[in-house]
Write a protein that binds this ligand. Structure first.
Ligand SMILES: Nc1ncnc2c1ncn2[C@@H]1O[C@H](COP(=O)(O)OP(=O)(O)O)[C@@H](O)[C@H]1O
Ligand SMILES: [Mg+2]
Length: 387
């Protein structure tokens, strides 16, 4: 306690009233407040966010300052910011990252006689599926730029191209012809592109090699990607899933321990009908749907500035409202996005100041926010202890 009667307890009490709009929880309950130090009339608070891609840091700073300054005797507030991505919750066995480092999963550790095998991709905190009802809606484009946008905030990110029908990530990220290295014990190393760890079925197929995958082959191949790839310690891995809701998609969602799914649609009716079916599939396998991204939402003519809703607009947002899932944002139809994808130079990296890149960063913040919200909510559930 400082000389003027200002106490750390009073400051913590005041902070309880500060709610992070992103996760809809008090910052104290959500565990953001790492320390409070009082020195004379000045207060220093250390805040740890559950993601670096946080959409409301500015508002949070103001709310914290406001709340603390209302405590009697406070003249000023300093905030030290940090972040630590909250891992998917639930009863997940604790895996070890490479090198036997710290466990990375939150959740109860199941040990003893019935110890379960190391979970797949145990060094990854959150695996996010990007899915769509149909092809051609920009699923791969969104997956690549979402991964890169999360990276731009400082997160450690991977990208798994599991689209067996049309693996396009090597093209989109400019890694065509690259062959992943293999370790002595026959494990594959992801390829690093633009700071993101990437693995793709495309690395193992020729450019125009059409493959007819039968069900069991699909499962086996994905299992190899997931189990025999040496993923590093990553905050997020974005998975580009094949479009649709067939057996292949279903087995993938069961093989990969997904933290949540991002649905991509274009605004017109025919695409929306299919995205609803895909959402149903995720609900059946208990993967939370994080929300809907509306891609190719209106075209702004670069010559005259006229805005034309080629594929209609607002359909994705309406579907999100109808289905009561979050709307994760609109990505406009712009030539730079297509050109960037074809040339292996994604807009998020090559034109970070463009409206398109900003749209992808906004989507990334909403995805990371919804994930943090879901994970923190699970963490708040009571833990069942089996003895
Ligand atoms: N918002 C956008 N603006 C312009 N072109 C886009 C946009 N989104 C995707 N594209 C282009 O549309 C085509 C299909 O996108 P893609 O991501 O491959 O779709 P999917 O993976 O769903 O089949 C690609 O040529 C891509 O560059
Ligand atoms: Mg694709």
């Amino acid at each position: 306690m400082a000389g003027n009667g200002l106490s750390e307890v009073a400051v913590r009490e005041a902070l309880k009233g500060v709610v992070d709009p992103v996760v809809a929880q008090s910052i104290v309950e959500a565990g953001y407040v790492k320390s409070v130090a009082v020195s004379g009339a000045r207060v220093r608070v250390a805040i740890e966010l559950p993601t670096p891609a946080h959409a409301a840091k500015g508002a949070l700073a103001e709310a914290i300052e406001g709340a603390v300054k209302r405590v009697a005797g406070v003249s000023g507030v300093d905030i030290d910011w940090s972040w630590d991505v909250v891992a998917r919750g639930g009863p997940v066995a604790i895996g070890r990252a490479e090198g036997g480092a710290q466990p990375v999963h939150a959740g109860p550790q199941l040990g003893g006689a019935g110890a379960i095998a190391e979970p797949r991709m145990a060094s990854v905190k959150n695996i996010i599926a990007v899915a769509s009802g149909k092809g051609g809606v920009g699923k791969s484009t969104v997956a690549a730029n979402l991964a890169l946008a999360l990276r731009s905030f400082g997160a450690r990110v991977g990208l798994l191209d599991a689209d067996i029908y049309g693996p396009s990530q090597p093209t989109m990220l400019g890694a065509v012809g690259v062959t992943p290295s293999v370790t002595e014990d026959k494990k594959m190393l992801p390829v690093e592109v633009y700071g993101v760890q990437m693995m793709s079925i495309g690395f193992f197929l020729g450019r125009a090699n059409a493959v007819v995958w039968r069900g069991p082959m699909v499962g086996k191949m994905i299992q190899q990607f997931v189990e025999d790839t040496v993923w590093g310690r990553l905050d997020y891995v974005v998975v580009d899933l094949p479009p649709g809701t067939g057996d292949a998609q279903l087995s993938l969602t069961q093989l990969i321990p997904l933290a949540g799914a991002v649905m991509v649609t274009t605004p017109q009716e025919v695409a929306l009908i299919d995205v609803l079916k895909a959402m149903d599939m995720f609900k059946k396998v208990n993967v939370p749907v994080l929300g809907i991204v509306e891609n190719m939402s209106g075209f702004a003519c670069p010559k005259c500035g006229h805005h034309e809703a080629i594929f209609n607009a607002g359909g994705g947002e309406q579907a999100a409202r109808d289905e009561k899932v979050p709307f994760l944002g609109r990505v406009p139809l712009v030539t730079e996005i297509r050109e960037g994808g074809d040339a292996g130079r994604p807009v998020t990296v090559t034109a970070p100041d463009s409206a398109a890149a900003k749209a992808f960063r906004d989507v990334a913040c909403r995805v990371a926010g919804e994930l943090a919200k879901a994970n923190l909510a699970k963490r708040a559930l009571p833990v069942l202890t089996i003895t």
